[in-house]
Design a protein around this ligand. Structure first.
Ligand code: FE
Length: 237
């Protein structure tokens, strides 16, 4: 997964948003009112993020150590690297899988994962006849501890709206063409419930270790827009 400083700062800004929003809103109104030689807003997102970071630090709303800690967390501690371990454990340990499907929070925390945006998890299992796919139609709710921050397409309006209207069509665009004999279930994430798909274990992987199995699992498979294949394929950005 790639986590940019911008993604992480977006999360931080969301947290600080309530406090800083009025200032930004006033600044925007001011900018809209007239143009008298203000410095133009940098077009480069990285520059804009840097400017917002400077503003938040200057106002005492965040401190740099906290930002560095947040960035370290999302670069090194949370993300699909955690989700793949959950999936591989479920594939190799039937008792764990049972616990995962009945009390996901507890089972995921057994592996040491949990926290913000992962408090109320539900794991749904893909089988030969049922394919689950996850969306957040309202915004971008996503299980951060096991999948990290959501990819851009997950937050896009077309994915959010079309996944519920034409899930098979959306999945085809991801390269996944499901037969009519497969039931597609779409799960709409909310602030209260976050979903993780337990993909089907691919055939001919009986001899693989849990670690080798984990290396096959992709983020997209855990959202439900891909299957896991015996040969690891790079997930879409
Ligand atoms: Fe949401």
């Amino acid at each position: 997964m790639t986590t940019s400083r911008g993604d992480v700062l977006t999360a931080a800004l969301t947290a600080a948003g309530a406090a800083v929003a009025p200032d930004l809103a006033r600044a925007q109104e001011h900018e809209d009112d007239h143009d008298h030689g203000h410095q133009a807003v940098p077009s480069d997102p990285a520059l804009r993020v840097k400017a917002l970071e400077s503003l938040l630090v200057a106002k005492g709303l965040v401190d740099r150590d906290a930002l560095d800690e947040l960035i370290d967390t999302y670069e090194h501690k949370v993300g699909p690297r955690n989700g793949v371990r959950v999936v591989a454990r479920a594939w190799t340990d039937a008792d764990y899988k049972r616990r995962l499907l009945t009390d996901a929070d507890a089972a995921i925390s057994e592996l040491g994962y949990g926290g913000m945006q992962g408090e109320h998890m539900v794991v749904v299992e893909n089988t030969a006849t049922v394919h689950n796919v996850v969306v957040c139609t309202l915004c971008s709710c996503y299980p951060w501890p096991v999948l990290g921050l959501p990819p851009v397409w997950y937050k896009s309006a077309p994915y959010r709206s079309r996944s519920v209207i034409d899930p098979r069509g959306v999945l085809r665009e991801f390269g996944l063409d499901l037969g009519d004999d497969v039931e597609v279930r779409v799960w709409d994430s909310t602030a209260e419930l976050r979903y993780l798909v337990l993909p089907e274990r691919p055939a001919n992987t009986e001899t693989l270790t849990e670690q080798e199995l984990a290396a096959l699992v992709t983020r997209d498979a855990m959202v439900g827009v891909a299957k896991v294949t015996a040969k690891r394929e790079e997930s879409t950005a």
